[in-house]
Structures are given as C-alpha cells and as structure tokens.
Design a protein around this ligand. Structure first.
Ligand code: VGL
Ligand code: ZN
Length: 198
C-alpha cells in the first residue's frame, strides 16, 4: 500500500443522520475510516461544497421536487435537497472524523455544474485537479471509502480507473443513498469496470 492513496469521500454532516441529504448509517463508518487512515501514506478528504442556489438543488428549479431528474447542458442530473452549502454546519465534516489528511479537496463549487466524482465534474471532462495531485505524489492506486456509495464514491471509482489508477472499494466503510435500486446497480457497474471490493 506504499503507493496507494486513501480517498475519504464526503463524510459530512449533511450526509449523516439528521443532515439534509442523510445516508442511512452514514455516521457509522467514521470509526473504521479513522482506523484505515493509519495504513495509507497519502490521505485525501473530499468535501461537497456548493454555493447557495446551486443548480443541483431542487429549490433552484421552480416546481421541481427533490430526487427528480432534469436535463442539464452536460446531461441528466438528479435534483437534490439543499445540502453542503459552503460555510454551513451541514458542509462540515462529521465531528469525529480525523482531520489530519494531506489534502482536503472541495468539489461542486461551480454554480452551474455538479461534481459527484473527486476527479471530474459531472460533464466528465472538467478536472478537479486530484488526478494530477496523486500522480505528482507518486500514487498509482486508490482505496475508496465514504458517502455515498452509489453517487460520489461510484463516480470517483470509475474516474480513477479511467485515469489508470488501481481501484479498491472498502465496502464496509461506505454507505449508499439507494435511490430506486441505485446501490445494487452501482456495485454491479463498479465490479464490471474493474473495481476490486475489499
Ligand atoms: C453526493 C448527491 C449530491 C454524494 C453529493 O456525496 O454522494 N450525492 N451531492
Ligand atoms: Zn452535492
């Protein structure tokens, strides 16, 4: 694991029970994630970080319900409850999560485009810079944990493969939203693409 980075995806208050876009048992992964961090030489926290009025919020689309779909210029987009607004408590990391990561990578900060993946925004071409950061640090593989398995974790895993990194999903340190069977579909998609499940 000497050249593997641990990517800890979006372990933030709004994705934990009581949050605006709560993932069932989202908080339960924190002790395991904290222990895992000891085993990796490169550790990255990602933080979903939206400006107020972000285009991925249902509230920004008059008449739209949360969890409905819209067509954006870059493709289909789920409309979410308002979540992870910059500077709010909901956007903060879970209070028990270790903060000693090497890098905190924020994403989703452009008003007109969402970013599930830690590597590319939802147009699948605007880079976040994480790929270059990991390469320059000599990383050749990533291990993923965090929230949510079927959205940000999945897209990060698929993009990491596309960039040529080896990818392991630490399944017990992830939890999903599971919108209409999206959790099982995400696992299948990741397995087919070549993600290793640990
Ligand atoms: C996420 C939906 C919207 C995630 C972020 O972290 O999986 N999901 N924003
Ligand atoms: Zn978001």
């Amino acid at each position: 694991m000497h050249d593997t980075a641990l990517l800890m995806i979006d372990i933030q208050n709004d994705f934990c029970p009581g949050g605006a876009l709560a993932v069932a048992e989202g908080d339960s992964i924190v002790p395991l994630v904290n222990r895992l961090a000891d085993s990796y030489p490169v550790r990255v926290l990602t933080q979903d970080w939206h400006p107020a009025g972000h285009s991925s919020f249902a509230a920004s689309h008059p008449g739209a319900e949360p969890f409905s779909m819209v067509e954006m210029s870059y493709g289909p987009q789920v409309l979410w409850p308002v979540h992870c607004v910059q500077g709010t408590e909901g956007a903060e990391f879970h209070p028990d999560l270790r903060r000693d990561a090497d890098l905190v990578l924020r994403k989703g900060f452009r008003p007109g485009i969402d970013s599930y993946s830690a590597f590319f925004e939802n147009d699948h071409e605007t880079p976040t810079g994480l790929g270059g950061y990991l390469r320059e640090r000599g990383v050749s593989a990533v291990a993923l944990c965090g929230l949510a398995t079927d959205f940000c974790v999945k897209f990060s895993a698929l993009d990491a493969l596309r960039l040529g990194f080896g990818v392991t999903l630490i399944e017990e340190a992830c939890r999903g939203i599971d919108m209409e069977g999206s959790l099982a579909a995400a696992k299948e998609e990741m397995a087919t693409a070549g993600v290793v499940f640990a």
